[in-house]
Design a binder for this molecule. Structure first.
Ligand SMILES: Nc1ncnc2c1ncn2[C@@H]1O[C@H](COP(=O)(O)OP(=O)(O)OP(=O)(O)O)[C@@H](O)[C@H]1O
Ligand SMILES: [Mg+2]
Length: 1198
């Protein structure tokens, strides 16, 4: 899989957009590949389902809220919960576990291009992770949606994916464990059952996972926002408090239960008030164990764990303290209830009781300050109790977040990936200060989304002068300002003002705030007053907030005397939570700590101030990252699978602005880049050389686009950036770039290979020449050719290879002529391995079912250690006599004798520590195998200089005289100028031993009974002693070879390869000897070939054959063999020349005049079909495309 950067949703960051289902209009390769890929790939979303929906809603034919809702519904009903809008992922809560989150999907989405795989949250996670690594940019994913829409589940899937796909050591694994285990721990303390969600997050969290540049998670940081701590003491009907309370009740063992005074939850007033203790599908006891386990992973000791649970229990016990009133003074109904919480908190019961019913105020009279002890009424006492318990709980929660942060803290300066899972927008029957804050944060997130996906996108088009039809959308900035503006004061500022002037007692403050709002923001379009409060028209709907408690909750003060009591605790853990330095343990949480924190004009910080600051800081952090979006949709309130509440879903589609999102995406551009960056990356595609900073970048971009045939409507050039419309077009450019790079890489590789091979080749040529220097005349081709070693193509000859021991590497393989005792030549395959010399020929099976069948067989094996000497003439002939210890000699005519001798010598030196003795003489006496007792086994070879162009063999009795044409002087030395020799395809098809006919030897006329008997043939043998293949006159030994054929084209051609046989029966791999293919003569004419081959298989002298068209795999100038299986037989010539008629280039039989046909039919040229595309790289090559049919022509025609 390629590793190029995946599209990212940030228009401003110049990255491409995501697309899902691509209706690829570009009729280009990439599209075809993409489509093909998609079809070929199995996926849960594609299997068995007819296409009733689109997986990218940019492709919807009608863009209306109804169409969007309907599309989401159809998909949910098919269990497809993910849908794209370009780069934005819309996730519908299925309310059931779906099967596509397993290892298979983890594997499948890694590095996958988005068009290859259906929409999935893993694709978002993968894009983030990969883009982070490639760009070294921080990434974040903003998960939004209303309560119960699936944000927390989505966040967990992302964390899970990232931790699974990132590598790392055991230390990294520990960090991963902390990241994953932070979820159950934070959920135990921060989540609760609400009417909208059984596991509702009652705090916001932004988790940043910090990575090394190599992608290992090395640390992390969690920022938490506004815990809904009032849940500790007040529950709405049908809701529960934080899970940990129920977990403790269900999971504490008897020992712990006794220590902490834990019993059933209905005993505790705080839990009993809503009368809901159980949550469907939630096992509190089991989850308690998970919480404890998570604490262990965080490194929280068992003692501290107990301290934490002590506080949890103390809160429950404090909730059971009730008050009555006498004379306007509160008293504790049952002081017995003080003992246990006091014990758990390590304070005295008296102090606890006293601080619940009275409060110390610092009052100033002029320059004097005085502490005044004030008794509280019942309502105030209850308020104090609840403020105390929620203060305690908030401290505890902050401690847990800090502990997690400490456990995964790192000093390294790293890149990070942030996941924002914040409480969702919520509307309850009665909404208070908490809902106001929660919904405000959601407004802010919606604002970021609008800013980055709608607003700035459109602004950028305008700024760049891109033709653009603006899309209207609701910008919720106006609502954010209503809430957070400082000047003119928005609701939060009005609230802070009210709190600043409010007396110690809060009576009347809320009403004061209500009045002030009416006078200051009463005319705002998104504000409306009602008796008990006010209504805000949020982006997600109208929410009515009840005014009571706003001021108290905003002031959020834990009274100093309560903190003093806590600091007096005998339990060091509790003391530390309230220590000065820790500022109440909570990084200055408002009102907690011995001193209130101050901000601005010396005012103490308020909860509103804090959430506003946090929200703005969060926005700053997020806008510094490359954002990704997941828009969660809740399909129903019943929490049941496949239940679709159309109105509810449509409402979310509306307020999330999905329609506008699609419109902008559709009209917009998936990708943009500044000119210089674009040119830097894609200049490679331009046929002209583009300077790094061309004077006319737009022209340069146009030229690049023209080169790749980019449709004009697919891109626009702005003032400083180029915009590309569809992701498919971006993929196309990327693909073209990759291909181009690939091509250059191969050019460089080839150049290197060529260089090294040339060096190697020169070295071996010299090594071989050294052996013959001053001893033997040479041939030009022998001196300066490349040594290939295997001229048969052993890799494609399994039957032949089977005759050689498997482990023995073939060093040399060539079809040679072996001289028998009558000096007749027979074809043999000669194979040299480190073990020995193998001579393979054809034999007829004498017995059994296959009787009569001709098969390859090992004719002779000479162990290398038994090779004692080689004898050669001093002339330029190819005869080699191999002397064998205690055995008869072997006489071979070897086309590439220098290479063979050099390799033999090398192997003997390497494995037997001796050189091959070489004898050069023109009178060689040798012995042949003794067939019968008393026969003369001595034979003689006499070499003389002849006048012909080829050696002439004349036998007389036991002597064979070879008249050898003059060669190059024996002092010749390689020039380094390569003569390209035929490679294995030619040799495999022509010089192989399958033509195991006994070759005629040009002899002096001797009586016919001494002649070798000609092979069975329906053709008369030609004049003289030559035997001709049927329909194809042979070339006698000593005659120059016929001109070979070449593949011609309209392009300049380069000599490298011999042609494959154009015969209809051409088989790229050499058939087994003497079986599938008719034997060929030395002249290469097939005995059954009918002569239509036009000279196929004719012998070709090294360097003489010219196969001129090249394909990519033939480019390598090294002796690496081309893949033979890639060559297919050419289509049969439809009109072959008559069988017995010589074709172009054939030569008439020796001494016989060829008949001259009156109307000589022009033979149809053999053709070959290209299997793949090839771009010519040199001027002597030709380009072709897959499927092109090319003519094979004689070289002269080129
Ligand atoms: N992809 C999912 N597969 C299966 N069930 C899911 C999926 N997403 C959500 N759910 C179900 O919906 C419930 C609510 O989801 P979740 O807690 O993620 O909502 P939320 O958006 O975080 O809500 P809140 O704002 O209240 O925290 C989950 O507990 C789970 O039962
Ligand atoms: Mg949640």
């Amino acid at each position: 899989m390629r590793f190029f950067k995946k599209d990212s949703p940030t228009p401003g960051h110049g990255k491409g957009g995501r697309h899902g289902n691509n209706n690829n209009n570009n009729n280009n390769d990439v599209g075809v590949i993409a489509d093909h890929h998609r079809k070929a790939m199995y996926h849960w979303q594609s299997e068995g389902s007819k296409k009733s929906s689109v997986d990218d809603m940019v492709l919807l034919t009608k863009i209306t809220e109804d169409a969007i809702t309907d599309n989401l519904k159809r998909r949910l009903m098919e269990d497809k919960i993910y849908t794209y809008i370009g780069p934005v992922l819309v996730a519908v809560n299925p309310f059931k576990q779906l099967p596509y989150f397993g290892d298979k999907e983890l594997e499948m989405y890694q590095g996958a291009a988005t068009y290859e795989v259906p929409p999935h949250i893993y694709a978002v996670a993968d894009t983030m992770y990969r883009n982070m690594l490639i760009d070294s940019d921080n990434q974040c994913v903003i998960i939004s949606g209303e309560s119960g829409a699936g944000k927390t589940v989505s966040a967990k899937y992302i964390m899970n994916y990232i931790t699974k796909v990132s590598q790392g050591s055991s230390k990294v694994q520990h960090i991963k464990d902390i990241i994953l285990e932070s979820n159950p721990l934070l959920e135990a303390f921060g989540n609760a059952k609400t009417t909208r969600n059984n596991n509702s997050s009652r705090f916001g969290k932004y988790i940043e996972i910090q990575f090394s540049r190599g992608g290992e998670p090395l640390g992390g940081k969690i920022s938490n926002f506004l815990l809904e701590k009032s849940r500790v003491h007040s529950l709405n009907d049908g809701e529960r408090s934080f899970h940990i309370f129920y977990q403790l009740c269900a999971g504490a063992d008897s020992n712990m239960g006794e220590q902490l005074g834990i019993t059933t939850p209905d005993y505790f007033q705080y839990l009993a008030q809503s009368d809901v203790y159980k949550v469907d599908n939630m096992n509190d006891a089991h989850e308690f164990q998970e919480t404890l386990n998570a604490m262990n992973v965080m490194g929280i000791t068992e003692d501290t764990q107990l301290d934490i649970l002590r506080i949890v229990a103390a809160i429950l016990h404090m909730g059971n303290i009730t008050f009555a009133e006498q004379g306007n003074a509160a008293y504790i109904v049952s002081p017995d209830y003080l003992a246990f919480p006091a014990y758990l908190l390590g304070v005295s019961a008296e102090a606890l009781g006293q601080k619940l019913v009275s409060r110390v105020f610092d009052s100033k009279w002029g320059s004097k300050s005085e502490r005044v002890d004030v008794t509280l009424n019942m309502e105030q006492a209850q308020f104090t109790r609840d403020a105390w318990t929620k203060g305690l709980y908030a401290q505890l929660f902050d401690y847990i977040v800090e502990t997690i942060n400490k456990a995964m803290m790192t000093d390294a300066n790293l890149i990070n990936l942030g996941i924002l899972d914040i409480y969702g927008f919520e509307i309850f029957g009665k909404n208070g200060f908490e809902q106001f804050c929660i919904n405000y944060v959601n407004e802010k997130l919606q604002q970021i989304f609008i800013d980055l996906t709608l607003k700035s996108e459109q602004e950028e088009y305008n700024a760049e002068g891109i033709q653009w039809k603006p899309i209207k959308y609701f910008d919720n900035k106006i609502v954010c300002e209503l809430i957070e503006s400082k000047r003119p004061p928005g609701i939060m500022s009005i609230l802070d003002d009210t709190c600043a002037t409010m007396s110690a007692k809060s009576e009347g403050a809320d009403e004061d705030f209500h009045r002030k709002m009416e006078s200051q923001v009463g005319t705002h379009h998104h504000y409306q007053k009602f008796n008990q409060g006010f209504m805000i028209k949020h982006y997600a709907g109208n929410v009515s907030y009840h005014i009571d408690g706003f001021c108290e909750k905003n002031r959020d003060v834990l009274f100093p005397d309560i903190i003093e009591v806590m600091q007096s605790s005998t339990n060091p853990f509790i003391c530390s939570l309230f220590s000065d330095g820790a500022q109440g343990g909570g990084k200055g949480r408002p009102g907690v700590g011995t001193k209130a924190r101050y901000e601005g004009k010396g005012r103490p910080t308020t909860a509103g101030m804090k959430i506003r600051t946090q929200a703005n800081e969060l926005v700053t952090t997020l806008t510094k990252c490359v954002p990704h979006y997941i828009r969660c949709i809740k399909p129903n309130e019943t929490k049941k699978p496949h239940d679709w509440d159309n109105q509810m879903a449509k409402h979310q589609v509306e307020y999330l602005g999905l329609k506008e999102n699609i419109k902008v995406k559709r009209a917009g551009f998936a990708y943009r880049r500044p000119f210089h960056k674009f040119l830097q990356r894609y200049a490679i595609l331009s046929p002209q050389k583009l300077a790094n900073s061309p004077s006319n970048p737009t022209q340069a971009i146009d030229s690049i686009m023209a080169t790749i045939n980019m449709d004009r409507d697919q891109y626009q050039i702005g003032y400083s950036k180029v915009f590309i419309k569809d992701p498919e077009s971006l993929y196309m450019i990327e693909e073209c770039r990759e291909r181009k790079l690939d091509y250059y890489i191969r050019v460089i590789q080839n150049a290197f290979r060529k260089f090294f091979c040339k060096q190697k080749s020169n070295k071996v040529a010299m090594e071989a020449s050294q052996l013959f220097l001053n001893r033997k005349e040479r041939r030009e081709n022998s001196l300066n050719r490349n040594f290939h070693g295997d001229y048969i193509g052993m890799d494609f000859r399994p039957a032949l290879s089977a005759l050689i021991p498997r482990r023995e590497k073939v060093l040399f393989a060539l079809t040679v002529d072996k001289l028998d005792r009558q000096f007749r030549k027979s074809k043999r395959d000669l194979i040299l391995t480190k073990g020995g010399l193998y001579l393979i020929g054809l034999v007829k099976i004498k017995k059994g079912p296959e009787k009569g069948k001709i098969v390859q067989a090992l004719k002779r094996k000479i162990d290398l250690e038994n090779v004692t000497q080689a004898t050669l003439s001093t002339l330029r002939d190819n005869l080699v006599v191999i002397h064998v210890r205690n055995d008869y000699e072997m006489v071979l005519e070897v086309e590439f004798k220098a290479e063979l001798i050099m390799l033999l010598n090398r192997e003997l030196k390497k494995h037997h520590k001796r050189e091959l003795p070489l004898n050069f003489t023109n009178n060689i006496t040798y012995s042949v195998k003794k067939m019968r007792w008393g026969m003369n086994s001595q034979k003689k070879l006499v070499f003389t200089t002849g006048t012909g162009k080829e050696p002439e063999f004349v036998s007389s009795g036991n002597t064979l005289t070879i008249k050898v044409p003059p060669g190059l002087p024996n002092t010749s030395w390689p020039t380094g100028k390569r003569v390209i020799t035929p490679d294995i395809r030619m040799l495999g098809a022509t010089l192989n031993a399958s033509s195991n006919k006994k070759l005629p030897v040009h002899k002096k006329r001797t009586p016919p009974n001494h002649h070798p008997s000609p092979p069975a043939s329906h053709h008369s043998p030609p004049a003289g002693n030559q035997r001709a293949a049927p329909g194809f006159p042979p070339r006698p030994i000593g005659q120059p070879p016929r001109p070979s054929l070449g593949l011609t084209s309209h392009f300049p051609l380069r000599p490298t390869m011999p042609p494959p046989s154009p015969s209809p029966s051409f088989n790229p791999s050499r058939p087994p000897m003497g079986t599938e293919s008719p034997p060929t003569t030395r002249n290469g004419s097939a005995s059954g070939g009918g002569g239509g081959g036009g000279g196929s298989g004719r012998p070709m002298m090294p360097g003489q054959n010219r196969f001129v068209a090249r394909n990519p795999s033939f480019n390598n100038p090294s002796p690496i063999r081309p893949p033979m299986h890639q060559i297919r037989p050419p289509p049969p010539p439809s009109d072959p020349p008559p069988e017995d008629q010589p074709t172009v280039g054939t030569r008439p039989p020796f001494g016989v005049r060829p008949p001259v046909p009156l109307n000589k039919p022009k033979p149809k040229k053999p053709q070959v079909r290209a299997l793949f595309d090839y771009n010519a790289r040199d001027s002597d090559e030709m380009s072709f495309s897959a499927g092109d049919v090319l003519d094979l022509e004689e070289e002269g025609e080129c």
